[in-house]
Every structure is written in structure tokens, then in C-alpha cells.
Design a protein around this ligand. Structure first.
Ligand code: ACM
Length: 572
């Protein structure tokens, strides 16, 4: 990762066109004539729906409200009832059956599969609220799930609380919403190698993603400072690679003499049962987990466990105790390729999603250059240089994954020696990698430091913030991010699957610190990847964010308090 590597781009605030659609809606009552501010306050959904038609009146949720759901979606209905119970104090009855059946006179929340909504895609839905009824329609389970997220955001924020709120009136403003996401890849990455995050927090993280209609959890499981996934065939990966003896305290310094350490072992890994549990938990919330296993660089913890895989097999290596990038890199022996294939075999059994991330970033080539053995191997393989050698390595993983029906994804360095045929590129060093890959016809996920590195400071006044990695990335800059680079033709732009936020945890030692760095920036990014570009409007978002912050507070999320209305403070 780079510190302070990218100049902060000028924040650009898109002008929302929310009223265009409202103007064309049929007259339905006084809500129609409300000013945009009032609409944002009445319908504070984050991310903002694609289309929203205000209507007059409200639905009142009471102890007599029933949830009507078909058998195939009964889990979702029961979960909604369960989630609303603590704060409302109501144990809503869930009726499994046909929406048209006997319940017409009750106050109902109807969750219905409706093939006519197929044009909204599997994640799209409609949500119609009247005085008597909440009617959700979607062609598929993800759409129903996202509609439920919107419904909860139309209720008072207190519905996210875990204890009874007896003075709250549980009203939902009348509305008709038609919603569908802009991008299929709406992600958040979490580095658990620099600081291990317990399973309970990983699940909470997934809950927070799902609440924001984010659907990809990029789990950064291995790095120089720790290996966090149990691999049955190679137990030393976690026994040795899962523990570092101590950790740097305070800012990174290149001078060993001025470094301070905590003198505390930092250990942790996920068992395969833990991982299965997380993957299932995520799937129930329509989140796909994308595991990352770093190679051929960022491999110092791996080499601490199995030094024979390195260029210098006799060196004594320990998991790294400071930040930055290790010089240690995997060797290119066939036995090392086999080892990594073995690791991936276990990874594939745990993670059913299509994408497997193999890292590929910041692999320092000095050891390869200095090693006669690696140089000889390069000649034997007919490979022209070290970048091409890295490409050869990544291609071996690509062939392996493709043969098993999966797709390789890697950081944009995998372009450098020639891209593997089936690779998808995650563009982090700006957008150039993403542009190049899309032009070559490869799929791309945008993750540039300039707009998506949430380890950067949230304020220009660093003295008021907890120690962070560097950089400056305020809320309005995140919100202004446009994932489709203007250099791409419409045909090439179709390769941009979406974007995601990065949470590197060198300076996030605890879940609470992760939450502080993530929120509310992740709420802004959720809108970037969900909402149509023409519907994005920072001022409108900022109004809705007041309520959204109350939701996060109700959940106990340690979000960074909002800066005063409007702009972020200047960079220093
Ligand atoms: C990265 O930040 N090294 C992908």
C-alpha cells in the first residue's frame, strides 16, 4: 500500500435529477409538492433508490400487523419479524401463504415473488406503501431482501435498537419505489492479516454491508504480517504464520532505532468451521465472500511457516512486525506452484463464489533478480523478465482456477508482465490498470486509492483524528467518485463490474476502529455503486445521512461524527 501516494482529486458533486421523475408522476396528494429537503427527510433511504414517488399518508406498524410471505421466502419473513421485535416490542405474526388469500383486511406487510419485476433484475424490487399495506414485489430473493432493507430505513431509526422503544410511533410514509442497482459488484474489503478481526465482528461487518445493499465482502486473509486461514494440509501456515511476536506502535519509521513495539504477541486465525459459518451467514444476506490469498509477494508470514518456498530457504523468517512491504517473495519452483494449488484447493472447498483473489500486488522482484536459481528457472521457462515471471506465476493460478470453474481476480500489478487470459483486474493504483484491462476485454473492479482507501484520514486536520495510514479521503470525495472512467467507450465500460472500499488495518487495531474509518464513508460508497449517476446528489445524501447516522448509532456503530453541513475541511 502507498502512503500519501495519490493527490486528492477535486471533489465533484453530481447534480441530482430527483425531481424529473417526480414531476411526471400522477398527482397523489400533498407529498407530491414537497421540496427536495422534505422528501429526503421523509424518505431517508441510503443508498438512494433509483426511482421514488412520494405519496400522502402513512402505514402504521402495530402488534396486529402481519407479515405475509410465500414458503420459499419464509426465512426472510421470519427474520424481519425477529429483527423488528426488540425495538417495537411486537412479535409480528408471519403468515406463510398466498398474498391474495384471507388476510386482506389486516394491516399487512406482503413479500411477494413477482415475475413481472424481472426487468428490475434479480436484485431489484418495488416497494409500495399505503395506509393499509406494505407491498414488496421482486422477481428473486435478493430483490426481496433489499426491499426489506429499504422498508426498515423508512421506519424510525430506533427500529435498529436492541431494546424496547415504547414511545416511538412505528410509521412508514406512503411511497412507491422502483429500485435496482447500478453495478453488480458493490464491495467492501477488510484486511484481517495486519490485525485479526474476530468472527463475531466479521458477521457484524456483513450485516452492515447488507444493510447498505453491498454484496461483495473481499476478505484479505493473508499478508506479510499474518496468515489467517487454516489450511489442513499445511498446519504451520496458521501455527507459525498466524502469530507475530510483537507489533510496531505509532507511525511507521524506516529507522529501526526509533521504532517502538508493543512487545505483545498478536495471533489469530479462522478455522475452516469459522469460515463455513461466515460464508453461510453472508450468503443468507446475499453477500458473496471473495477470499484473498496473496502471492507471489506479501508472503512473509507464509515463508515463516514454510521457508523452503522462498528464494532463500535457509533464512530465518518471522511474520513481519512492522508495516510496509516485505522483500520476501515466493520462489518459482514447481513444488511451490503445487503448494499454492493445494492451498487453493482447500480455499475452493470453503468459498463457493465465482471469484478467488490471488493478490499479485507489490511483489518486490529484488530476490528474484539476485537469485541464480530463479534466473536459471526464468531461462528454462523462456520468460523474458521478472514481470513476465510474475505473469507466468499468476497464469498458473489462472489455469488452475479456470479448470475448476472459478475466476481469478488480482490487484492491477497482474497486468505488468501480460494479463492471464481469464483474469479480472482490481484497479487500485488509480484507474490506469482498470482502463487498460477493460480495453483488453477483461472485467474490472475499481478500487483506486484516490476514492476508496478508507485507511486514509477523514479530515484535513490529522491532529484531531486517530493515527491512520496517511492520505486524505473525506466523505464528499468518496461520494463524488465515478467508477466508470471517462476514457472508456460504452462497450469497454461494460467490463467495469463495480467498485469497492478498502480497509487496510495497520492502524485499525480493533473492530471499533474499523467502524470509525468505514462509516459514514461506506454509506457514501454504497450510493456510488447502487444509485443511478443522475440521482446522486451530495446535498440530498447529506440530509438523509442525519437519519442514517441515527441508525448506525442505534446499532452501536462507532461511526465518525459528521463534519458540519457541507464541505470537508481543507487538506493540509
Ligand atoms: C494494495 O494496496 N497494495 C493493493
Amino acid at each position: 500500500m502507498l502512503a500519501d501516494c495519490c493527490p486528492r482529486r477535486a471533489a465533484h458533486v453530481a447534480i441530482g435529477l430527483c425531481l424529473v421523475m417526480l414531476a411526471s408522476a400522477p398527482a397523489q396528494g400533498q407529498a407530491q409538492t414537497q421540496a427536495p429537503d422534505a422528501i429526503a427527510e421523509r424518505y431517508p433511504i441510503v443508498p438512494r433508490p433509483a426511482r421514488l414517488e412520494p405519496r400522502a399518508g402513512e402505514f402504521m406498524l402495530t402488534a396486529r400487523t402481519i407479515i405475509v410471505v410465500s414458503a420459499s421466502d419464509s426465512m426472510l419473513g421470519h427474520r424481519l419479524a425477529r429483527e423488528l421485535a426488540p425495538a417495537t416490542g411486537h412479535a409480528l405474526r408471519v403468515v406463510v401463504g398466498n398474498a391474495d388469500a384471507a388476510h386482506a383486511t389486516s394491516s399487512r406487510i406482503v413479500l411477494e415473488r413477482d415475475a413481472s419485476r424481472v426487468s428490475l433484475g434479480s436484485e431489484g424490487y418495488t416497494l409500495t406503501v399505503s395506509a393499509t399495506d406494505v407491498h414488496i414485489r421482486a422477481s428473486d430473493a435478493p430483490g426481496l431482501f433489499y426491499a426489506v432493507q429499504s422498508l426498515r430505513q423508512l421506519l424510525p431509526a430506533a427500529n435498529y435498537r436492541a431494546a424496547a422503544q415504547p414511545t416511538v410511533r412505528w410509521t412508514v410514509p406512503a411511497v412507491h419505489i422502483e429500485d435496482t442497482p447500478r453495478f453488480p459488484w458493490r464491495g467492501a474489503h477488510l484486511d484481517v492479516a495486519r490485525h485479526f478481526m474476530p468472527v463475531d465482528f466479521v458477521k457484524r461487518w456483513i450485516d452492515l454491508l447488507a444493510m447498505h445493499k453491498l454484496n461483495r465482502f473481499h476478505w484479505h486473509l493473508t499478508d506479510d504480517q499474518g496468515w489467517r486461514i487454516a489450511i489442513a494440509k499445511y498446519p504451520r501456515l496458521t501455527e507459525v504464520g498466524g502469530c507475530r511476536a510483537r507489533t510496531l506502535i505509532g507511525p511507521f519509521t524506516t529507522s529501526e532505532a526509533t521504532r517502538r513495539y508493543d512487545e505483545t504477541r498478536h495471533c489469530g486465525f479462522y478455522t475452516q468451521d469459522d469460515i463455513r459459518e461466515v460464508v453461510q451467514y453472508a450468503a443468507e444476506r446475499h453477500v458473496t465472500v471473495v477470499p484473498e490469498i496473496e502471492m507471489p509477494g506479501h508472503a512473509q508470514a507464509l515463508l515463516a511457516a514454510y521457508p523452503a518456498l522462498g528464494v532463500y530457504p535457509d533464512s530465518v523468517v518471522t511474520p513481519m512486525q512492522v508495516w510496509g512491504v516485505s522483500d520476501f517473495i515466493l520462489n518459482v519452483d514447481e513444488s511451490t506452484i503445487t503448494f499454492m494449488h493445494d492451498v487453493l484447493t482447500e480455499v475452493l472447498a470453503l468459498f463457493p463464489g465465482p471469484f478467488i483473489h490471488v493478490g499479485g500486488d507489490e511483489a518486490k522482484k529484488a530476490q528474484w533478480i539476485a537469485s541464480p536459481r530463479v534466473q536459471a528457472r526464468m531461462r528454462e521457462l523462456g520468460v523474458a523478465g521478472e514481470h513476465e515471471l510474475q505473469s507466468w506465476f499468476i497464469r498458473r493460478m489462472d489455469v488452475f482456477l479456470t479448470a475448476r470453474g472459478r475466476r481469478l481476480i488480482g490487484w492491477d500489478e497482474i497486468l505488468e508482465g501480460g494479463l492471464a487470459p481469464n483474469a479480472t483486474v482490481m484497479s487500485w493504483r488509480g484507474t490506469a490498470g482498470g482502463i487498460a484491462a477493460a480495453r483488453e476485454g477483461h472485467d474490472v473492479v475499481m478500487a483506486p486509492t484516490s476514492h476508496t482507501y478508507f485507511d486514509y484520514y477523514q479530515s484535513g486536520d490529522r491532529s484531531a483524528e486517530p493515527l491512520a495510514f496517511g492520505g486524505f479521503l473525506p466523505l464528499d470525495t468518496v461520494y463524488a467518485y465515478e467508477p466508470i472512467p471517462s476514457e472508456l467507450t460504452p462497450e469497454q465500460a461494460r467490463h467495469v463490474l463495480g467498485a469497492q472500499a478498502q480497509h487496510w488495518t495497520e492502524y485499525m487495531r480493533t473492530p471499533r476502529q474499523v467502524e470509525y474509518m468505514a462509516f459514514p464513508r461506506l454509506s457514501a460508497l454504497a450510493e456510488v455503486v447502487w444509485t443511478p449517476a443522475a440521482r446522486r446528489d451530495f446535498a440530498d445524501f447529506r440530509r438523509r445521512l442525519d437519519t442514517h447516522m441515527a441508525r448506525l448509532a442505534a446499532l452501536g456503530v462507532n461511526a465518525r461524527p459528521l463534519a458540519p453541513e457541507g464541505a470537508s475541511p481543507p487538506a493540509r
